[in-house]
Design a protein around this ligand. Structure first.
Ligand SMILES: [Zn+2]
Length: 499
């Protein structure tokens, strides 16, 4: 674990974003080697603020805390890296958080945090945070070029085909979890309207459907789409996603430079009343570039298939295995990184990844079901305890993959070399933040969209381990969502992904 003294000043950090589990701060201090880094801190319920006192005593010497922290960083790189591919997984460098620094940070960031997220605060019990590469930007800046980044929270990319599904849950074969959950969110007032987005379209690999899904995300981003330009978050709208590339247009832009500059400043001021072209003749739009990237990159397909393969039994059966273990006084402790790794390895042993990536949906599902080694008719209570545990852990790995985000960072490639380069070439950059610490690295790919060259990188973030003790909560949530959907909408809508 690194102790990097230059990092410990509150005014070097600026609030960036947060989810339910973590808060992300952006480095804005003077040291250029951290220019491209962010600090990830864990969040906890406000009720746990009593733990504040632990911060000082914990520093550097609490074995349990250290174990948990190692778990957090190794889980993403080792366990999820094995499944998804290391090249897609965010690297994390553990850094010590000196006493006092964390509480000062928490105090300084509070005014920038959205009201809706404030039921949780920065976890004062953590003595270690994680430095990560700021994936909204490239390591190497290109003069005159903006880095545009899109953070997509794609959610569940499959309709379950599990033979273990209960009959009254049959709707799950036709409507995806995200679409059904929208109605529940509306009921509890979590969202003001239904999202137009359906993950099945985004994960389809079909150009038209992927593009439609991205347009829907732009129209109703909720918390599933964020846009960053040079590391700064911008509101998502048709205007902003159209402008951010016409923005970058240089040699190929038909606009006079002066007019372009004027549009740029208007947009930066948040003027939403800009004209933009929706037809194919206009400048390349962000959604067009993103569509091509998401189809070219194997990440989404891999993510969707893994989510489904690791959730072969459905939450109903997982919960049954869980209660069965409890009934037999089996102690259900949270899995260690090694145990999760063992689960991932066993899954990989029974799965041919190349096949999984290339076979059609039906063949994949058949393979998947036969790989389990048992059927719904078998008495699952007779399964060895180790196997019950194994499938619960597989389900937890799937839960992590259903909850992660995908960051795609793009810039127009106008370098002199770009003309000579063909699409599909890759290059990599490295960043060393501290002597002795691991280096950050990024792989950049080239892609041609409408005769223009772009550079992109694609990374999976927010890969936190899920808890065994959450299984009852997962079941309850699933049942509530399905019940509410059937009561309010019923089984009359088109199957997700079918239109
Ligand atoms: Zn859907």
């Amino acid at each position: 674990m690194a102790t990097i003294l230059e990092l410990y000043r509150v005014d070097y950090w600026k609030y960036r974003a947060e989810g339910n589990a973590n808060i992300v701060l952006q480095y804005i201090g003077p040291h250029s080697r951290f220019r491209n880094t962010v600090l990830r801190l864990r969040k906890a319920d406000r009720l746990d603020d009593s733990r504040t006192g632990l911060e000082g005593t914990n520093f550097g010497d609490n074995t349990l805390t250290m174990k948990n922290l190692t778990k957090e960083s190794l889980f993403a790189t080792e366990v999820i890296g094995l499944l998804l591919g290391q090249q897609f997984v965010e690297q994390l460098i553990a850094v010590a958080l000196p006493p006092g620094f964390l509480s000062s940070l928490a105090l300084a960031m509070e005014p920038s945090r959205p009201e809706s997220r404030r039921q949780k605060g920065i976890d004062m019990a953590q003595s270690v945070g994680f430095l990560a590469l700021d994936h909204t930007r490239f390591i190497k800046p290109s003069p005159g070029q903006s880095d545009v980044a899109v953070e997509i929270k794609p959610k569940w990319g499959f309709l379950t085909k599990s033979a273990f599904l209960r009959k009254n849950q049959d709707i799950k074969r036709r409507k995806c979890r995200f679409c059904m959950y929208q109605h529940q969110k509306l009921k509890i007032g979590q969202e003001g309207g239904l999202s137009k987005y359906c993950p099945i379209d985004l994960f389809s690999g079909t150009e038209l459907m992927v593009h439609d899904a991205l347009d829907s995300l732009v129209d109703t981003p909720q918390n599933n789409l964020r846009l960053f330009v040079d590391g700064i978050q911008h509101p998502v709208s048709r205007e902003s996603t159209t402008q951010c590339f016409s923005e970058l247009a240089t040699s190929t832009s038909p606009q006079p430079q002066e007019q372009q500059q004027k549009r740029k400043s208007k947009w930066m001021e948040g003027d939403d009343h800009l004209d933009y072209e929706e037809d194919d003749s206009g400048p390349v739009r962000l959604t067009e570039v993103l569509t091509q990237i998401l189809i070219e990159s194997p990440l989404l397909r891999r993510l969707g298939r893994l989510q489904q393969a690791l959730d072969s039994l459905d939450v109903e059966t997982i919960h049954r295995l869980y209660t069965n273990l409890l009934e037999h006084d089996f102690s259900l402790t949270e899995p260690t990184v090694e145990e999760f790794l063992g689960t991932a390895e066993a899954f990989m042993d029974r799965t041919d990844m190349d096949e999984m990536m290339t076979e059609d949906q039906e063949t994949f599902e058949t393979h998947n079901a036969s790989g389990l080694g048992f059927e719904p008719e078998d008495d699952l209570d007779d399964l060895p305890e180790s196997l019950k545990l194994h499938f619960i852990r597989e389900f937890l790995l799937s839960a992590t993959l259903k909850d992660c985000s995908v960051l795609v960072t793009i810039k127009r490639d106008t370098s002199a070399a770009a003309g000579a380069m063909t699409a599909n070439t890759t290059s990599s950059s490295r960043l060393e933040v501290d002597t002795g610490s691991p280096e950050f690295h990024e792989a950049c790919h080239r892609i041609k969209v409408k005769e223009e060259m772009f550079m992109y990188k694609i990374t999976c973030i927010d890969l936190d381990p899920k808890k065994m003790t959450s299984v009852p909560m997962y079941l309850e949530k699933d049942r509530t969502i399905v019940k509410h959907y059937l009561a309010t909408v019923g089984d009359r809508e088109a199957t997700c992904g079918a239109n």
